[in-house]
Design a protein around this ligand. Structure first.
Ligand code: ZN
Length: 108
């Protein structure tokens, strides 16, 4: 059985672009063709994607976690340029610290 999946995306260009970005995280893409103008509705963009479904715990999710971590690091960056261990700032909660280290586990 082939694991290849063909997906056709038709939509307003901005929406189609967003869909492609999300599908990239879902699929390990072999091919991406487009945008082409839609034949039926001028103004819509048409894309064809071929790829394999990523397994649930593959780099897409790791990438998601990395992005969240980067966002957290930005949120916890301090104005003294000292980061998490700045002596002049409020201490960072342990849970945030663990999340930044990738060790936080949802309570059972
Ligand atoms: Zn500080």
């Amino acid at each position: 059985m082939s694991e290849l999946l063909d997906v056709r995306v038709i939509g307003a260009p901005e929406v189609a672009d967003q869909a492609i970005a999300r599908l990239r995280e879902l699929l390990d893409l072999d091919r991406l063709h487009g945008p082409y103008p839609s034949r039926k509705t001028p103004g819509l963009a048409r894309f064809y994607l071929t790829g394999r479904l990523r397994h649930a715990d593959t780099p897409a999710l790791a990438g998601e976690a990395a992005r969240l971590r980067a966002a957290l690091e930005l949120l916890t960056a301090c104005q003294h340029g000292q980061g998490l261990d700045c002596p002049d700032c409020e201490p960072v909660p342990d849970l945030v610290r663990q999340a930044l280290g990738g060790e936080a586990v949802r309570p059972a």
